[in-house]
Design a protein around this ligand. Sequence first.
Ligand SMILES: *Cc1c(COP(=O)(O)O)cnc(C)c1O
Length: 465
Amino acid sequence: MSDLRRLLHRTADHAADYLETVDDRPVSTTVTLGELRARLLRPLAPGGEDDETVLDELVRDTDGGLLGSAGGRFFGWVISGSLPAALAADWLTSAWDQNAGLHACSPAEAVIEEACAAHVLDLLGLPADCSVGLVTGCQMAHTTCLAAARNELLARRGVDVERDGLAGAPRLRVLTTRHRHSTLDRSLRLLGLGAGAIEEVDTDAAGRLDVAALDAALGARDEPAIVVLQAGEICTGLFDPFAEAIATAQRHDAWVHVDGAFGLWAAVAPDRRHLIAGFEAADSFATDAHKWLNVPYDSGIAIVRDAAAHRRAMSTQASYLVFAKEARDQADWNPELSRRGRGFALYAALRNLGRDGVADLVERCCVAARDLTRGIGALDGAELVHDPDLNQGLVAFPDPAGRDDRAYTDRVIDEIQRDGEAWFGGADWQGRRVMRISVVGWRTSPIDVDRSVAAVARILGSLRA
Ligand SMILES: *Cc1c(COP(=O)(O)O)cnc(C)c1O
C-alpha cells in the first residue's frame, strides 16, 4: 500500500471509529477549555511532523472536546449530523480539491451545481427559472438574496448600486418581526443598510406577523421596502402567514424575502406542507442544506426569483478569468470566487434521499420532536410550553420551591448537559426561560427519544431528592 493510501485508510478508520461509537459516548464535551488549550496550543515543530502523527494526534487531542451532534440524541440549536452519502461525497470533494468558482476550473462541479439547483427548486415547488447560489450557510444566503433585493429596489428608484454604492440612495426599510433570526441583522450590516433599517411589525399571540400591521406600516411611507418573513422560527418552528403577508407586501411593491433556514423543507413533506402554504410567491428564499438535509458544513442555498437581479448583484469580471458562454459560472450567483465544490455533497444527499427520502426525514424529525416535547413536558417537574407543529418544541422547569423559574430551568439544562445522555439548550421565549428541543438529524430514532425523556426524568428526580 502506498503511504497516501495508508494515510487515507487510517483516516477512514478514525472517522468510522468516531461515528460508530458517537451514540455510546457522552453527547456533551468532557474536557475543560484549559485542557483543550494545553493540548492544542503547542508550538509547531520547526521541521514539521509526519502526516500520520499529525492525524493521530489531531484525533487524540480533540477527544472529549467534540459535541456529539453527529449522533441521535443531540437536540441543541438546529444542528444535525451528516448523511453517510453526503459525508463520503464531502471527502471526495477535498480529495478532488476543485476550485468551484468558475465552470472553467471544474466543469463537473459546475454542472453538479446546475443539477442541485434544479432539484432544490423542484423539491420545494419553486419556479424552475429562479436562480440559485450555493453559499456557506443561511447567513450568506440572506446576504446574497438581500444584495439582489437592495440593488433591484434602488434601481427602480434610479440608483445604480453596483456602480455607485449607496451614496445618495434613499433609505431602505426592512419590515419583519422581533422573532427574526439574528443573522438578518448582520446581513443588513454587511450590506450597508444597517440593522437600524429594521422596523418591527407586531405579531399575534403565537408570534406570527400581523398582516394588518404590515399593511399599515407599508402604507405609511412611500419608501423602498423589504419584508422578511419567517419559515420556521428558531424556538417554535412557527411560520408567518405567507399568502396574506406576501400579497400585502406586493401590493406595496415591497420585496419579500423568506428565512427558511430549516423550515423551508416543510414544503417537501406532504403532512407539513400546509404550514408553509403560499410561500412560493416570495421574491427570495434563504435556506440551509447543513441543517435538515443533513449535508456536512458548510452548505447554504440562496434562491432568487429575479435571476437577472441576482446575477447583477454577484457577477464579477476580470481579464484573466475565463467566463463561460453557455455553461453556468458559479461566481455569478454567490459572493465568493475561489470556493469549495460544495455541490458534490449536496448532490449526493439529494440523490441518496430522493423526494420521498427528504419528505420522510422531515416527517420523522417532526414526530420525534413532538414525542420528545410531550414526553418531557408530561414529566413531574416539567411544563410543556410549545407543542411543535414542526420540529422545534419548548418546555420549562418551574422552580419547585417557587422562587426562580428562570434560574431553575437553566439549572436543569446544565444538569442535562453535564449528564451527557442527551443535549438540549436554553432560550428566552415570550419573556420566559425555556429549554429548546430541536430535531433535524436522520439518526434520531424512537429509542433515542425514549432514552432522552428517561434521562430528563432521572435528572428532575435527583434534583428534587
Ligand atoms: C440557523 C439559522 C440561520 C442562520 O443559518 P447559518 O447556516 O447558521 O448561517 C438563519 N435563520 C434561521 C431561522 C436559522 O435557524
